[in-house]
Design a protein around this ligand. Structure first.
Ligand code: FPP
Ligand code: MG
Length: 311
C-alpha cells in the first residue's frame, strides 16, 4: 500500500474517531488536527505492522490513538510553554484558552486508550501508558532545568522521554499488531528514530525556515532551554556568558540572535545533524534484521525524511 493511500485513511479516521458530544471539544480537537502535522506516528505504526507481515489496515486505529496522544501532548505542552503559535498558526491555547486546551488534551488521551482497549491488547496498553508516563516525567525534568546549562546526559534523558519513547511505542505496537515477537528490537528502532527526530527539531530551532517549521528560530534559547546544537559547541563558548543568558527571564532579541549565530558558525548545526545520522545508522542496522518489503522501504524513506526535512 502506497504512503498516500495510508495517509488518506489516516486523515479520514483521525477526524472520525474524535467524535465528542460537546461541540467545543470537537472544535478544539479539529483545530489542532487540521492545523497539519506529518502523521509520522500513525504512518510508522501501520508500516511496522506491514513489515511484520500483518495488514497495515489492522494497525490504523492504533496509529490514530498514538497520533491522539501526540496531539494531546502538544495541547498540554503549549499551555505549559505559554506558546502562541503551533504549526504555523495561533496555538489552541491562544484561540480557545488554557482550560479548554488542557481538557481537550485529556479527552484525546483518554480516547487513545479507549481505542487501544478496543483494537489493541493489554501488552500494548502497558507499553503506551509507560510511554506517556515517560513523556510527562521528561517534560517535568525539562521544566525543572529551564534557565540552566544542562549536561549531555540530561539532554538525552529529556529528548528520550519527551519524543523518542512515543516513536518506540509506534514501531513496537505496529509490529505487535503484525504478529512480531521481537518487541525490544522494534522499540529500539523507534527510539533511535525519535532521538534523531528531536535532534533535528532542536537543530531547526537554530537554522530552520520559520515559514516552513511554523516556529520562530531561537525559541529554545529564548525559553532558557539547552539543546544539542549549543551543547555540541559549548567548549568553544564562554560558559558563564551562556549560563547568564539562559538564566535571564527576558533576554534581548539581540543577545539571542548573537548566540544563535555563534553556535551555527561554530558548526553546532552540522554536529547535531551528524549525531542524528548516527542514531539513524543504528536504527537502519536493526531494521536490516527484518525481511525486505515495500513497507520496510517506506520506513527507510521516513528515516531519511526525518533528517532532511526543511533543512
Ligand atoms: C513538545 O516539545 C512536547 C512534547 C514532544 C511532549 C509533551 C509531553 C507532555 C506535555 C506530557 C504528556 C501528556 C499527554 C497528555 C500525553 P517542545 O516544546 O520541545 O517542542 P515545540 O517547540 O514543538 O513546542
Ligand atoms: Mg513547546
Amino acid at each position: 500500500m502506497r504512503r498516500m493511500v495510508l495517509l488518506e485513511a489516516i486523515e479520514k479516521r483521525l477526524l472520525e474517531e474524535l467524535n465528542p458530544k460537546v461541540r467545543l471539544v470537537l472544535e478544539t480537537g479539529r483545530y489542532l488536527i487540521e492545523g497539519g502535522g506529518k502523521r509520522l506516528r500513525p504512518l510508522i505504526t501501520m508500516l511496522s505492522c506491514g513489515m511484520c507481515g500483518g495488514d497495515p489496515e489492522d494497525a490504523l486505529p492504533l496509529g490514530i490513538g498514538l497520533e491522539y496522544i501526540h496531539a494531546a501532548s502538544l495541547l498540554h505542552d503549549d499551555v505549559v510553554d505559554g506558546a502562541k503559535s503551533r504549526r504555523g498558526r495561533d496555538s489552541a491555547n491562544l484561540v480557545f484558552g488554557n482550560e479548554v486546551a488542557v481538557l481537550t488534551g485529556d479527552y484525546m488521551y483518554a480516547k487513545a486508550l479507549h481505542l487501544f482497549s478496543t483494537y489493541g491488547n493489554i501488552e500494548m496498553i502497558r507499553l503506551v501508558s509507560q510511554a506517556v508516563m515517560d513523556m510527562a516525567e521528561a517534560q517535568v525534568l525539562e521544566l525543572s532545568k529551564v534557565g540552566e546549562l544542562i549536561t549531555e546526559d540530561e539532554y538525552f534523558r529529556i529528548i528520550e522521554g519527551k519524543t523518542a519513547v512515543l516513536f518506540g511505542a509506534c514501531v513496537a505496537v505496529g509490529g505487535m499488531a503484525g504478529g512480531c515477537q521481537d518487541r525490544d528490537t522494534l522499540y529500539e528502532i523507534g527510539l533511535r528514530m525519535g532521538r534523531a527526530f528531536q535532534l533535528v527539531d532542536d537543530l531547526l530551532d537554530y537554522v530552520g525556515d520559520s515559514k516552513k517549521t511554523g516556529k520562530p528560530v531561537g525559541n529554545d534559547l529564548r525559553e532558557g532551554k539547552t539543546t544539542y546544537p549549543l551543547l555540541s559547541v559549548i567548549d568553544y563558548l564562554d560558559r558563564e556568558r551562556v549560563e547568564s543568558l539562559l538564566r535571564e527571564v527576558e533576554p534581548t532579541e539581540e543577545e539571542i540572535e548573537t548566540l544563535r549565530k555563534e553556535v551555527v558558525s561554530l558548526g553546532g548545526d552540522a554536529r547535531t545533524k551528524e549525531r542524528a545520522l548516527e542514531e539513524l545508522r543504528v536504527a537502519k542496522d536493526l531494521l536490516s534484521k527484518f525481511p525486505d518489503s515495500s513497507y520496510k522501504e517506506e520506513i527507510l524513506k521516513i528515516m531519511d525524511f526525518v533528517v532532511l526535512r526543511e533543512l
